[in-house]
Design a protein around this ligand. Structure first.
Ligand code: ZN
Length: 132
């Protein structure tokens, strides 16, 4: 947890629309499998996806393997898709959120503009502004 300290300069408050669209498109094209990636932020704005090799899997919630997660201060969290209309984090998601990163986005079928939510490390839904 100390890797992701409380330095306000690292606080994530927004995501670029382009990045969000890329997340939703990738979620759609991975369906019915899950899509997963890491989120990179700059000055509080998530602006880039980092793909991990070998993270795509057909089995639900097995997409991230902790031992493969990089230690990189620009990476603030993760995104993954749910092949169902429910973007609430599962028990496995919550367990993972507590171990890695500070912000986690979950998308849900059918992956339209409104089919996502962002959560903090406790699994509480958090506000994330979409900026151009
Ligand atoms: Zn999940």
């Amino acid at each position: 947890m100390s890797l992701f300290g409380k330095d306000p300069r690292n606080e994530v408050r927004a995501i670029r629309r382009k990045t969000l669209n890329m997340i939703l498109e990738s979620s759609r094209s991975s369906f019915p499998n899950e899509f997963g990636a890491l989120l990179r932020s700059k000055e509080g704005v998530i602006h880039e996806l980092v793909l991990l090799p070998g993270t795509i899997s057909g089995s639900r919630h097995a997409i991230f393997q902790l031992h493969m997660m990089p230690i990189d201060f620009s990476i603030v969290g993760t995104v993954h898709s749910h092949p169902s209309p429910n973007f609430s984090p599962s028990e496995a998601d919550l367990d993972f959120f507590r171990r890695y990163g500070r912000i986690h986005i979950v998308t849900s079928y059918p992956f339209e503009e409104v089919d996502w939510a962002a959560y903090d490390l406790n699994g509480e839904e958090m506000e994330l502004e979409v900026v151009d």
